[in-house]
Ligand binder design. Sequence first.
Ligand code: ADP
Ligand code: ZN
Ligand code: ZN
Length: 676
Amino acid sequence: MMRYANVIVDISHEAVDRPFTYIIPDELVMRCHPGTRVKIPFGKGNSSRLGYILELKDHPDVPVVKLKEIQEIVLSQDATESRLIELAYYIKEQFGSTMIDALKLVLPAKKEYRVRKSAVNAQTLTENIEDTYSEIILNDEQRAVVDDFTDEYDRGVRNTYLLFGITGSGKTEVYIELIRHVVESGRQAIMLIPEIGLTYQTVRRFKRYFGDRVAIMNSKLAAGERYAYYEQAKKREIDVIIGPRSALFTPFPDIGMIIMDEEHEGTYKSETMPRYHARDVAIKLASMHGGSVLLGSATPSVESYYHALAGDYKLYRLTHRATGAKLPEVEIVDLRAELKAGNRTMFSQRLQALLEETVGNGQQAMLFINRRGYAGFISCRACGKVIKCPHCDVSLSEHRSTGTLVCHYCGYETEKPKVCPECGSKYIMSFKAGTEQIEEGVKKMLPGVRTLRMDGDTTGRKDSAGAILAAFGRHEADVLIGTQMIVKGHDFPGVTLVGVLAADIGLGSGDYRAGERTFELLTQAAGRAGRGDMAGRVVIQTYQPEHYGIVHAAVQDYEGFYEEEIAYRDIGGYPPIKKIMAVLISDKDNDRAYLCAMNLAGLCQANNRGSQIIGPGKAGIGRINDNYRYVFYIKCDERKILTELKDIMEEWIEKNRDSDAIASKVAFDPEPMNPF
Ligand code: ADP
Ligand code: ZN
Ligand code: ZN
């Protein structure tokens, strides 16, 4: 009989991040399982704390006389949860979080909720959307992918697949066929979508095939609603869940496949603890269940493509648009030339002319501004020069408080130049244009034009993003203006013009992924144009028309882009070639924080095993709550070495801690590079 339980206490602090053993009282023995939430006496005063049972034991690791008893059960769990606990342990180890944070992620707290039919949710999403497609027959390329996958699946082969299919190549149809196959074999499937990538068309197609057996989870679901879906999943009342990265923790008993659409999306990486990446967790989870993973994208992440070329993932390709529509014609407009010609507006002559023509013809346009890396990056309006770190080959960022330029990698700091060091122009500044200014500009240019705007400000309300997109889909506006959120996967046949206002803004984000992000966004944005019967046109405005991310995006040449990008990563020692760990040290005392960071960096240097230590320098936010913050980086070939260095540092901090104020945090392959 299991009479002892190892319990993780619900305190998010490294010092108590280990299991404590408790006696299970007789009356609770039958109800305690891994995952059960319990109340326990803890600490000197034996005050009541919450915790999770991690494992049951028939013999304790410590003398029984020292043990205390579990006080009560707060929430029972059953066997499904023990797998999720294993997953939590993986997340703790891989992403450097505490166990309790990992457990809270995978085992959501129960909230009472009336079980609402999942269909209701999807219906509101699809209301008033015209059914623009009829029952589709897979084309040869799609068929080949489905046949190969199902053949392997039936033979018991489990794999990670990368489906590299250009925009509009019909990936969703492939997803549906694969999921159908897995569900028909009696197992369940998880379909991950980026935060706001869920389109009406997608929901509708899934509903058509899976009816009430599919649940759609959006990120704005109340905790109770989410829990209701989880209960349905556990009871096998649904077979498929579609949702953002947290849908991974749906307690399905037998997961046959996990699909990750738009796998390159940044939203798959959590920005709060635990900083997990859904791709890694999906692959781990699938392997625990004996399932397969399929990653899909028109612009695969450099990481995934690297793995595919290395043979770690099996690569599938879709090279044609499924509807037969042509890829749009893309023009690059040099904004430096516009300035020379005296045009100081946000719209080039060419974009103005095409906008006028498009709206005049009763067609639709999308204007898009990349807000990623909006703050801080400095470039010359006259020659396009970006001010870079002399040591790291990434752009410097403007520090608002000091007015200096800093490197987020190595801490290099310099005065902001008054004129361009390249051409002497005084137009050296960060690009300031928001969606509101663009909307005003469009209205001034085309009186009477009907516009819709979509950005962080307009999408606060529940479902308002959906409402804006639906209105645009019904052609209630001529021009949709927005941030990157408008380019994700939406399929508007009426759109024949896409304008990107300042393509290189993202290039200045001071991040080694900037080129990749820019290429991705431009390719995806271009993919929005001409999806219907009419040909599409795309205008990319930029100060750096020769940048490889922009050049290759214009001709939709992923491989060409990848080759240059991977060479840059290789030279710079960035992922996926090298693995990176960012370490943050903070303390109320500035000197002590810096000294500790120096000591730890030195310790890592002494144990480096071939790794390279960079920094320390000031963190992105140098001080929070009067805590001074320093960051340094470790680069090496193997993830394992980073984990070992992390353990060495933790041990050192434990021994040398002379202040409670000192705190450390780590992030692996951080995104953004300076995540703190
Ligand atoms: P992707 O996700 O690859 O960008 P979608 O799955 O959204 O592409 O498909 C793009 C369009 O092509 C959709 O309108 C879809 O209905 C249509 N489509 C997909 N497969 C086929 C096919 N085999 N025959 C005709 N149209 C198709
Ligand atoms: Zn210049
Ligand atoms: Zn630097």
